[in-house]
Design a protein around this ligand. Structure first.
Ligand SMILES: [Zn+2]
Length: 93
């Protein structure tokens, strides 16, 4: 999937379409000892009734790539998710 580096996307801060710079979003590694991680483990993973809830039968082959966009006017960041699913990594042209 090819996508331009700069694109006109709606900015919720400016309340209009502005030219925004795109950058690929990369999820940060999550700490296993944080509070939400401990609660998730206790409620959904551990014990009886834990595993049955989170078994995934079908794994999807493609993903909708996410980008971090920066507004050229107000310099605020937001997310942009592509409309189509792509098997290959997103390529900024
Ligand atoms: Zn803006």
């Amino acid at each position: 999937m090819k996508i331009p580096k700069e694109k006109k996307i709606y900015c919720k801060h400016c309340k209009k379409h502005t030219l925004q710079k795109l950058k690929e979003y990369k999820a940060s590694t999550k700490s296993a000892l944080k509070k939400h991680a401990r609660i998730h483990e206790r409620k959904h993973v551990k014990g009886y009734g834990g595993k049955a809830r989170h078994t995934i039968s079908v794994k999807k082959q493609s993903k909708r790539p996410t980008f971090v966009i920066t507004c050229s006017i107000c310099n605020k960041k937001s997310y942009f998710v592509a409309n189509t699913r792509a098997k290959k990594k997103a390529e900024l042209v």
